[in-house]
Each structure stands twice: as structure tokens, then as C-alpha cells.
Design a protein around this ligand. Structure first.
Ligand SMILES: NC(=O)c1ccc[n+]([C@@H]2O[C@H](COP(=O)([O-])OP(=O)(O)OC[C@H]3O[C@@H](n4cnc5c(N)ncnc54)[C@H](OP(=O)(O)O)[C@@H]3O)[C@@H](O)[C@H]2O)c1
Length: 346
């Protein structure tokens, strides 16, 4: 039986959830692809890395303990010298630079390794270069979990909407802000809504990147770069957060039969002077009718609408799921299954 060797760069919430899910589907993968998935390297920033020697059977991820990590083994050492077929990049996003994830992805592709990431940074900052590098090296670069977790957005368009030109993407991409607005509609104020989200475990200690619209801007950028084949960055998105929205604003909206939602929208627009089409993206609190699609997306639901030239629009909705982290882990697993399906690993 063949093996597919996996290096996990970043082993936090998503990395560990993915490792558990891989165990759950190990037999399925062996039976379906006649291939045994083995984790040959793991690393974190603070603990260092575990690098399996050549020929060893793979790391038992259910039994990883802190004393197995070597502080001298870091991400670059694993990416440049480790023995693996697929590098899975799961470090935290730096929305302002896309680093160090972009560097990790670039170096693994350069070595002719497949790459999967749940980190939006590389696609929001360097999609074209990375896509081209993957092509030059005959490997796959996949990122399904970067937007709407395990919901197939990139796979949907790539596999089933061939030949369509995507002219617009829109939706609600950030669950934290949607949850805060939903809670505030119930009459509590902003700080209390944030606290409730923290209590339920999905609002971060510092939610500024969500509240200020940066996370949504990075997701919109990632979607536009891939689906519309453009080259923009999160800083080019016309962005406004929800920090200034008050209970009174939501009450005033309700009196008009409306709600306020943090809507994302990206499309091509003709430049007034040159007539050349250019990508334009915005993330903004927007008044929407109470019976419209964005208005019924409560709490941690999100959706993306994709408009095409050949067959109009398609909308995909992500419903809340417990444990939520498994949704993301499935996005990563689905990319791995796609590589197994498409490629005979040597
Ligand atoms: N959590 C979600 O629901 C979700 C959903 C979609 C996408 N994502 C994306 O998935 C990625 C991982 O998220 P997460 O929730 O698993 O984050 P996390 O729990 O914070 O884990 C991040 C991991 O990366 C490690 N790390 C940080 N910098 C590193 C470096 N330079 N080299 C090697 N390892 C490094 C961390 O090590 P230390 O702990 O030692 O610092 C930790 O093991 C992020 O990009 C996130 O945006 C997450």
C-alpha cells in the first residue's frame, strides 16, 4: 500500500481537529485510495517540532506529548528538509502581511510538495504567485477551509461551474460580527454581546480583527483573487467595521422593517477614465430588508453568493455546526482527499 506523508505546520485548534478527523477516516482512505496517510512532522511556534526519521511509521497523533517536541526544529527546517508529500499550513493569519504562512507555502511548493492551507493570508496576499509556482512544480495548492470552513466554495466553482465567468461575490463572511449584531438586536449592548460570544467560545479575547472588518476583508480578497482571477490585497477593500453600531441604530432599522448586517461585496467595475475593468471590494454595515437572505442569517450562520455570466447566481449557506472546529477540519480533509483522488503520490 502507498503512503501519503503529511507535515503539519501549526498544531493548534485546527491542526489537532484535523488529526482527529484523519484518524476517524483512516480506514476509509486506505480502502478508497489504497494509500495510508501518515503524519511525519508536526510543529508549533513555542514547542518546536517533531520530525519523523525516514522509514518510521508516522507520528501517533493521539499520543503526542510536549516532551516529544524538539525546540531546535522549526517550520522552515521541516518544510525545507522534512520527508513529506503534503504540507498543511495551519499557523495563525497575519492579515496585514500574509506572513509567515506565505513563505511556508512558497518554500514547500518550490520543493515540489502539495500544499493545503486554512490560512487566508497566502491567498489574500500572494495567490497568483503561489498558484503559478504550484503549476510550475506540478503539484496542488488547495485552500478550501479559508472561507466558510468545510463548505465547498472553491471546489464548487472549480469542479461544477466550469466555463462560467464569475462577475460578483457577496455575502456575510464573518460569524463573530454576525453573532454580535444578532445579540444586540435582542437588546443587549455591544460589550455584553462580545462577552457572550467569548463565553460561548467563538469570539476571540481580542476581537478587533473581526469587529473592524479585517477578517471579512481578507476573506473577500481571497475569494475575489481566486474566483475572479484578480490581484488585490485586504488593504484595498473599502472597509468599515461594526464597532460604532449601537442598539439604537438596530432599533431604528427595525422600525423601518430592516436589519443591519456586515455585508461583503466584490465585483469588477469599469474605470471611468480608462474604461478598463478593475476589482472593487467593500465590507460595510448595510441596511437590509427583514425578509431578505442576509437578514435571516442569524448568529454564526454565513453565506456566499456567486454571480456568473452564463447562469446567474448561486448561493451557498454555512449552518452552525457543533463542534464548529470540525467544520474547518473537514475543509482541510476534503483538500487532502482531492489530492489523493487526483494524484498518484510517488
Ligand atoms: N479556528 C477556526 O475556526 C478557523 C477557521 C477557518 C480558518 N482558520 C485558520 O486556520 C489557521 C489555524 O487556526 P487555529 O485556530 O488552529 O489557530 P491556533 O489554535 O492559534 O493554532 C496555531 C498553531 O500555529 C502555531 N504557530 C504559530 N506561528 C508558527 C510558526 N511561525 N511556525 C510554526 N507554527 C506556528 C502555533 O504554535 P504556538 O501555539 O506555539 O504559538 C499553533 O500550534 C489560522 O490561519 C486560522 O485563521 C481557523
Amino acid at each position: 500500500m502507498d503512503q501519503i506523508r503529511i507535515a503539519l505546520i501549526g498544531y493548534g485548534n485546527v491542526g489537532q481537529a484535523f488529526a482527529r478527523m484523519l484518524e476517524k477516516r483512516r480506514e476509509y482512505i486506505r480502502e478508497t485510495f489504497d494509500t495510508d496517510p501518515v503524519v511525519t512532522a508536526i510543529c508549533t511556534r513555542s514547542k518546536g517540532g517533531i520530525l519523523q526519521p525516514a522509514g518510521a511509521g508516522g507520528i501517533d497523533t493521539a499520543r503526542v506529548t510536549d516532551d516529544m517536541f524538539d525546540k531546535l526544529i522549526d517550520a522552515i527546517k521541516i518544510i525545507d528538509f522534512g520527508e513529506y508529500d503534503v504540507m498543511i499550513e495551519l499557523t495563525p493569519i497575519n492579515i496585514m502581511t500574509g506572513m509567515p504562512a506565505t513563505r511556508h507555502v512558497e518554500r514547500a511548493l518550490q520543493r515540489g510538495k502539495h500544499v493545503i492551507t486554512a490560512n487566508k493570508g497566502p491567498i489574500a496576499w500572494a495567490y497568483r504567485e503561489l498558484r503559478d509556482k504550484a503549476e510550475e512544480n506540478g503539484v496542488q495548492f488547495l485552500y478550501e477551509a479559508t472561507v466558510m470552513d468545510g463548505v465547498p466554495v472553491y471546489n464548487l466553482t472549480r469542479e461544477t461551474m466550469m466555463g462560467c465567468r464569475i462577475t460578483e461575490v457577496s455575502g456575510i463572511f464573518n460569524a463573530t460580527t454576525n453573532f454580535i449584531l444578532t445579540e444586540m438586536e435582542k437588546g443587549i449592548d455591544f460589550e455584553e454581546a462580545v462577552e457572550e460570544g467569548r463565553r460561548q467560545g467563538f469570539v476571540e479575547a481580542d476581537p478587533a480583527m473581526d469587529v473592524d472588518g479585517w477578517d471579512a476583508a481578507a476573506k473577500l480578497t481571497a475569494l475575489m483573487n481566486v474566483l475572479m482571477d484578480v490581484q488585490i490585497t485586504p488593504t484595498e477593500i473599502d472597509r468599515e467595521g461594526i464597532g460604532h453600531i449601537t442598539k439604537e441604530d438596530l432599533d431604528a432599522a427595525a422600525e423601518q422593517g430592516k436589519k443591519i448586517k456586515l455585508l461583503c461585496q466584490g465585483r469588477m467595475e469599469e474605470d471611468g477614465d480608462t474604461g478598463i475593468l478593475k476589482p472593487v471590494g467593500s465590507v460595510k454595515p448595510t441596511l437590509v430588508d427583514q425578509d431578505s437572505l442576509p437578514a435571516i442569517m442569524d448568529a454564526t450562520s454565513s453565506y456566499v453568493s456567486i454571480m456568473t455570466d452564463l447562469m446567474g447566481g448561486v448561493t451557498v449557506i454555512e449552518e452552525p455546526f457543533e463542534p464548529e472546529i470540525d467544520h474547518t477540519a473537514y475543509g482541510v480533509l476534503s483538500d487532502l482527499l482531492r489530492i489523493l483522488n487526483d494524484t498518484k503520490i510517488k
